[in-house]
Design a protein around this ligand. Structure first.
Ligand code: ADP
Ligand code: ASP
Ligand code: MG
Length: 277
């Protein structure tokens, strides 16, 4: 039995139907014999909308209050997702960042994770439930809610995967994986089947928002395999993992979809060279 952490971004849980679809996907993976912990982002544009609401009442809001407000977005999606899993016949238990043991420093709006103590999530998994954790948030030493910076749910997911010693961290989004360029802007962009942490760091640092930079740094440091894939299809995704780990160690891959070695590595280098010439 594998332990899988799945992260669903805002685009994957934008409305009730999407939440039901994601709940079914989680249940299918669980019924295939895996333990599942989920990290979820706020629905659709919720975080942007919360920021707009804050600006309507205070053009210079206190950072602490901003974080109190912004953590609300993920509380909505985590509880709705738990309910949808319940409605479809499985047990799930949702946790705020604080309840899931995400201890951070005090930098409101850009907090860094210091420790993750996910005992309550582990107990939920032991009871046979799906553990659902609000992404993008933690708690500081004063007990106040903090946020990790925009796109921070990716980092929450990898940090939870490391703390639970998961076999893989799956990042579900609205494209089929990591592409040679943003596929919404460059129609000829190609999916990269496997990429090294170093190259993914370069892409993230260059502004590709498919994965947050700090998430890739965290995964590299702890050698956590990441599988970026679409929540809207069952097509192959992108694996980011140490070069010396075999693909067959990664659970929940549809067979024959991903190469053993990072063949795309070469493609990516060629693409970058062509881009510069
Ligand atoms: P989520 O809501 O799942 O967190 P994001 O919007 O943060 O999703 O990230 C996914 C988006 O990243 C895609 O819709 C795509 O437009 C964009 N993107 C930018 N660069 C890349 C790239 N190189 N490969 C894949 N997607 C990319
Ligand atoms: N909801 C947060 C954001 O929009 C975090 C995330 O989606 O990763 O930035
Ligand atoms: Mg994102």
């Amino acid at each position: 039995m594998a332990l899988i952490v799945q992260k669903y971004g805002g685009s994957s849980v934008a409305d009730s139907d999407s939440i039901k679809r994601v709940a079914k996907r989680i249940i299918d993976t669980k019924r295939a014999g895996n333990d599942i912990a989920v990290v979820v982002s706020a629905m659709g544009d919720t975080t942007d909308d919360l920021i707009d609401q804050a600006m309507d009442v205070d053009s210079n809001p206190p950072a602490r209050e901003m974080d109190m407000l912004m953590t609300a977005g993920e509380r909505i999606s985590m509880s709705l997702l738990a309910m949808s899993i319940h409605a479809q016949g499985e047990h799930a238990h949702s946790f705020t960042g604080s309840q899931a043991g995400f201890m951070t420093d005090a930098r409101y709006g850009a907090a860094h994770i210091r420790h993750v103590h996910p005992q309550r999530v582990m107990k939920a998994l032991d009871r046979g439930e799906v553990g659902i954790v609000a992404g993008f948030q933690g708690v500081n030493a004063d007990g106040d809610a903090t946020t990790l910076g925009r796109g921070g749910s990716d980092t929450s997911a990898v940090a939870l995967a490391v703390a639970l010693n998961a076999d893989v961290c799956e990042i579900y989004t609205d494209v089929d994986g990591v592409f040679t360029a943003d596929p919404r802007i460059v129609p000829t962009a190609r999916r990269i089947a496997r990429i090294s942490y170093e190259e993914m760091l370069e892409m993230a640092a260059g502004g590709s928002k498919v994965l947050a930079l700090r998430c890739v740094e965290y995964a590299q440091r702890f050698r956590m395999p990441i599988h970026v894939r679409s929540s809207f299809s069952h097509r192959p995704g992108t694996l980011i993992m140490p070069d010396d780990v075999d693909v067959d160690k990664i659970p929940n891959l549809e067979t024959g979809q991903l190469p053993d070695r990072p063949a795309a590595h070469t493609d990516r280098q060629r693409d970058m060279t062509e881009g510069r010439s």
